[in-house]
Design a protein around this ligand. Structure first.
Ligand SMILES: [Zn+2]
Length: 162
């Protein structure tokens, strides 16, 4: 078993994106230092929960937060040196360095044990990530103009049309 988290940070870039067709999209976080890139696969619900957790953390920090930092996704190197599916995710604020630690457990790791990966991100990077998550999650399936439910590629049974 892994004894210590792989530390990654401070990050040069941090972003979220969706791949695949609407309705069947997969979601991932990309984290990149000057040397190492990581790709963290997760469910849409985990991603949305992360955006909420980031915002809850940021509003608790009594320091001014200027701007947000959203990367263009082509800064991330392929293939990533680290890649895994995310189980548990936690956030912590490191006051001395004014950085946010993302503690990421792989699905295979003991959720009570050490994190698989620890990323250190600036607050503008975290704000940028949460904004990007909201955009990525909203830019999913097209909505039905009648009932505003999402339309799947295989079709839509509209409640308004019975
Ligand atoms: Zn409809």
């Amino acid at each position: 078993m892994q004894e210590e988290a792989f530390p990654l940070g401070p990050l040069a870039a941090l972003g979220a994106e969706a791949l695949g067709q609407p309705g069947q999209r997969t979601f991932r976080i990309r984290a990149q230092t000057e040397e190492v890139g990581a790709t963290l696969w997760l469910e849409k619900e985990q991603l949305q929960a992360l955006a909420v957790a980031i915002e809850q953390l940021l509003i608790q920090i009594p320091r001014p937060l200027e701007g947000e930092q959203t990367p263009s996704m082509n800064v991330f190197r392929e293939p990533p040196a680290i890649e895994f599916k995310v189980g548990r995710l936690a956030l912590g604020y490191v006051e001395e360095s004014d950085l946010v630690a993302l503690l990421v457990h792989s699905v295979d790791a003991d959720p009570e044990g050490p994190a698989t990966l620890v990323c250190l991100a600036s607050r503008p990077q975290c704000r940028g990530l949460s904004r990007q998550i909201i955009e990525v999650c909203a830019a999913g399936r097209p909505r039905c103009p009648l009932c505003s439910d999402p339309i799947n590629p295989e079709g839509h049974h509209c409640v308004r049309l019975n």
